[in-house]
Design a protein around this ligand. Structure first.
Ligand code: 9MG
Length: 260
């Protein structure tokens, strides 16, 4: 899954694709580099990011989505808002990637009213406060239980299990120790039988382990992606698509798996 942030304040690319033309060029780049999925988002969820109105979020993402759905790639919209979900599904998006796990009022119903896939991500707190003092007694157990409850809520609304992927939410209300434990034991989430998505690319945990600034986290991010797939992830969300695809092709050749 290649990242396309249509935001002026993304932590990972400094707003390089805030302009829709740049974002559309970025869609073409991630397809060219081998991404199977393109994830298009108009809200930055980094701690302290400025709030964006629904109208502004729609203005940012819709032109990019309308381009992407005509290209040979699975298109995911990275959003939590029901109005954005509805607009994106109307024009043919294939997947909703929600770091709030469809927690906003109306979000479950918006996905249920469509046929699209959804990724449910764990977050403790909200983007504004999630890194203040994250606490768990059993991070893996609590994340797994939260995701199971969200999958059940989707099921009650009529969203078939086959449409759902889950994600431990690396960096979303977690310390470095929590993130490392979740990556080490990703197999616990994979054992649910649901596809697991892992988003580790360029994140603070990669910086904390390597001592590298955000623009220097390629090797660390690729290593983390490989480990995630070895432990059961079947989608990895990445900024550096070409390097990540190469690494996963090597892994697939050795392990006999399939990186897509
Ligand atoms: C949008 N976004 C940023 N980080 C993410 C992550 O780790 N997982 C998912 N599913 N989406 C993310």
């Amino acid at each position: 899954m290649g990242v396309v942030n249509v935001t002026p304040d993304s932590f990972s690319d400094g707003g390089a694709c805030a302009d829709p033309r740049a974002a559309i060029a970025r869609v073409e780049q991630v397809i060219e580099e081998g991404a199977a999925i393109v994830d298009i988002g108009g809200e930055s969820t980094r701690p302290g990011a400025a709030a964006v109105s629904p109208a502004e979020e729609l203005d940012r993402v819709m032109p990019v989505i309308e381009h992407a759905v005509r290209r040979p790639v699975v298109v995911s919209v990275d959003t939590s808002r029901p109005e954005v979900i509805r607009a994106a599904t109307r024009v043919g998006v294939h997947m909703v990637n929600d770091v709030r796990a469809l927690g906003l009022p109306g979000a479950v119903a918006a996905v249920a009213a469509s046929q699209v896939a959804v990724c449910l991500t764990h977050m403790q707190g909200s983007p504004a406060d999630m890194q203040d003092d994250p606490h768990y007694d059993d991070v893996v157990g609590e994340v797994a239980a939260f995701l199971a409850a969200r999958v059940a809520a989707c099921g009650r609304a009529g969203i078939a299990r086959e449409r759902i992927a889950i994600d431990p939410g690396f960096g979303f209300g977690k310390t470095l120790a929590h993130n490392v434990e979740l990556l080490r034991r990703l197999d616990v989430l994979a054992a649910t039988g649901l596809p697991v998505l892992a988003g580790l690319s360029r994140k603070r945990m990669i910086g904390a382990i390597t001592g590298r600034a955000v623009g220097e986290r390629l090797a660390g991010s690729v290593a983390a992606a490989v480990i995630a797939v070895q432990r059961g992830a079947c989608i990895v969300r990445a900024h550096d698509v070409a390097a990540t695809v190469d690494a996963l092709r090597i892994l697939a050749a050795v392990d006999g798996g399939d990186e897509r």
